[in-house]
Design a protein around this ligand. Structure first.
Ligand SMILES: CC(C)(COP(=O)(O)OP(=O)(O)OC[C@H]1O[C@@H](n2cnc3c(N)ncnc32)[C@H](O)[C@@H]1OP(=O)(O)O)[C@@H](O)C(=O)NCCC(=O)NCCSC(=O)c1cc(O)c2ccccc2c1O
Length: 249
């Protein structure tokens, strides 16, 4: 079980958090005793609310890391490439890059109190890689476009109806249920599961190239006046004024 543990920031990630998540997934990958991974968030408020917008408003980036890079694209690829099923146990808000994380996981089990949505266009960000293309595979084009263009939040039962989550359980049952699913998986042939995961992935692996492009675009956009306005407005608890800073129409 891997737990994102920054509850004071609703488990939003910085570059250091992403580095630690990649390290944890790689350890689980190498450990023959691990047959499934559960990804969850600390506390009862949030699974993960994406990039730490306050950090971005403060320093213009997501802070330092051992590699010197913000490796969110590598985290997405690691979750897809680890040849063992990854179950997102969504214990609260899954927003922005935090929503993308659960979408990429093989399975999602949600607490009845969980809420789902994208927020990039509200805070000067976007994930035009797996965050949009793979989401559209999961929920269909119309719903994926609605999720990104309107930045609404959806409750767990709506997410289940849309095929975004596999099951909804009472909040106090979440980790027990996720562990039971992982135990059921652990009874199966690891090699069969490995081939199946790679087979499911093969159909969308080209989206890793799209993700590289999207992350390059995002690096430039978050440093632009329009991108910075989104993060500044969030940190200052005000509505953003994108139109005064827009870089292209
Ligand atoms: C998630 C919310 C809708 C929750 O609203 P609510 O009203 O319930 O709670 P608060 O707003 O009061 O939040 C409580 C407390 O937590 C802090 N917090 C919450 N989320 C974040 C966050 N993401 N970063 C920093 N801090 C956060 C919040 O400020 C409060 O602290 P106080 O001290 O003020 O009490 C709402 O919080 C919300 O809308 N949060 C922001 C969600 C968001 O926009 N996330 C980032 C999207 S961008 C992103 O994820 C992203 C992903 C990538 O992969 C990238 C890759 C490359 C470049 C950029 C990327 C990127 O930007």
């Amino acid at each position: 079980m891997i737990t994102m543990n920054r509850p004071q920031r609703y488990n939003a990630f910085r570059a250091q958090t992403v580095h630690e998540l990649i390290t944890a997934f790689r350890l689980a990958w190498a450990d023959r005793g691990v047959q499934a991974v559960i990804l969850t968030g600390a506390g009862d408020k949030a699974f993960c609310t994406g990039g730490d917008v306050k950090q971005r408003a403060e320093t213009g980036d997501y802070g330092p890391s051992p590699s010197g890079m913000f490796e969110i694209g590598n985290l997405h690829k690691t979750i897809r490439d680890i040849p063992k099923p990854v179950i997102a146990a969504v214990n609260g808000l899954a927003i922005g890059g935090g929503h993308v994380l659960h979408v990429i996981c093989d399975l999602t089990i949600a607490s009845a109190t969980a809420r789902f949505g994208q927020s990039g266009p509200k805070v000067g960000s976007f994930d035009a890689g797996f965050g949009s293309a793979y989401l559209a595979r999961v929920v269909g084009e119309k719903r994926a476009r609605e999720i990104w263009y309107l930045c609404r939040q959806y409750d767990a039962h709506t997410a289940e109806r849309w095929g975004l989550v596999n099951a909804v359980v009472a909040p106090d049952q979440l980790l027990e249920e996720a562990t039971a699913w992982a135990a059921e998986i652990a009874e199966k042939s690891p090699t069969a599961l490995r081939f199946l995961k790679q087979s499911f992935n093969a159909d969308t692996d080209h989206q890793a190239g799209l993700s590289n492009l999207a992350m390059s675009g995002l690096d430039l956009f978050t440093e632009s006046p329009e991108g910075r306005e989104g993060a500044a407005a969030f940190a200052e608890k005000r509505m953003p004024d994108f139109n005064s800073h827009v870089i292209s129409h």
